[in-house]
Design a binder for this molecule. Sequence first.
Ligand SMILES: NC(=O)c1ccc[n+]([C@@H]2O[C@H](COP(=O)([O-])OP(=O)(O)OC[C@H]3O[C@@H](n4cnc5c(N)ncnc54)[C@H](O)[C@@H]3O)[C@@H](O)[C@H]2O)c1
Length: 379
Amino acid sequence: MGQRKIRLGIVGVGGVGAGRVKNAAETPEAEVTAVCDLNAKAVEDAQKLCPNAQAFSDAEKLFASGQCEAVLLNLPHFLHQPLGTAALQAGLHVLVEKPMAIRIGECDKMLAAAKKAGKLLTVHHQKRITQRHVVNLMRNGELGPLVRATYISNSVRNNKYYRTGAWRGTWKYEGGGVLINQAIHDIDALLNVTGQVAEVRARLDNLFHDHEVEDTCTAALEYANGATGTFVANVSSFSPTNVVEYETERGAIQFGKPIKLGRLDGGVYDFYDAGDEAEMFAKKPGLTWQDFPEAEPFEPGSLVRDFVLAVRDGRKPLVDPEGAREAVHFFNALVLSHFLQKPMRLPLDPAQVDEVFDALAAGKWKLARRFKAPASVGA
Ligand SMILES: NC(=O)c1ccc[n+]([C@@H]2O[C@H](COP(=O)([O-])OP(=O)(O)OC[C@H]3O[C@@H](n4cnc5c(N)ncnc54)[C@H](O)[C@@H]3O)[C@@H](O)[C@H]2O)c1
């Protein structure tokens, strides 16, 4: 394969984009030829790292400039679909930040544009790297079918964080709260291991934030094979209790440091379908645990380099856009389940998703903050 450098454009070079500029500048197979942001200072800073990059303040002009063959899009969520699609239509390969978009219909537009243009489309879901070996183990069938998935992701953001950008904490521009921003990584990681769910029942809450979106999600999951799951995600919790566990017919995987792999030394049906109590306990399988090391550490520039090499070598990127679309699909199902107050079976109808998200963007439903400081605090 040729060793030429891939000419990269970067749109959105403030915020996380500043880090992506550094990642791209440190990618030996790439040359940053164009940078774009509405914020002139962010562009100036990017040009300090990439002095040969042409500056733009209009993404569409960058796409049409002929300066680059591939772009990184590090933008507020509501821009992922329109600018992602425009870049693909301009004949550019695209690595868009997570989430792929806010709604499945938007993801489908992007997928169709990529297909039509014959260009790569991928999404910055970095958890795909660190759990690759777990996914392989689950998929090779050695542990048998999934029985239960337990995923609890706790973190915290304060109100000032949501004031760092007018797009944050809004249904219209961010597309939601913890689920579409922080927990979309967890959703992608969960689905990468288990595959898509068949049904979700969710409740969303806003416990501590002065915004209209969720900071808390509690959901029950059902898979097509009858397996069940729990998905909890918060930016309202100081608890360090993050639980990621997959139980199967023949064992279990527990995420921690290190990841642990447990194997049952007997059959679960010999136990469940045994006769009397004595026979039942005689047939109770033991679970033997072993450490299952991290697949490989995540280096901040790994997915930028993976994208660049995929473009150069004409191979698939590590993160498939169809999988990233399924993370958005799951997120959409959680939101619909809460606001329509019913279990949602997948696949969802994109028109129904649009209806609910249009209503949310128009301010029909807001999640009001539930806990507030007592009057004496700060007095
Ligand atoms: N992968 C990760 O771990 C990770 C971490 C943080 C953020 N993100 C994602 O990165 C994206 C950006 O988030 P952020 O926190 O950097 O946001 P941000 O608001 O801090 O930065 C967005 C940048 O985009 C620029 N911008 C906005 N509209 C533009 C337009 N039309 N044309 C050109 N530039 C424009 C802004 O000026 C700003 O510099 C989001 O999708 C977010 O979810 C990913």
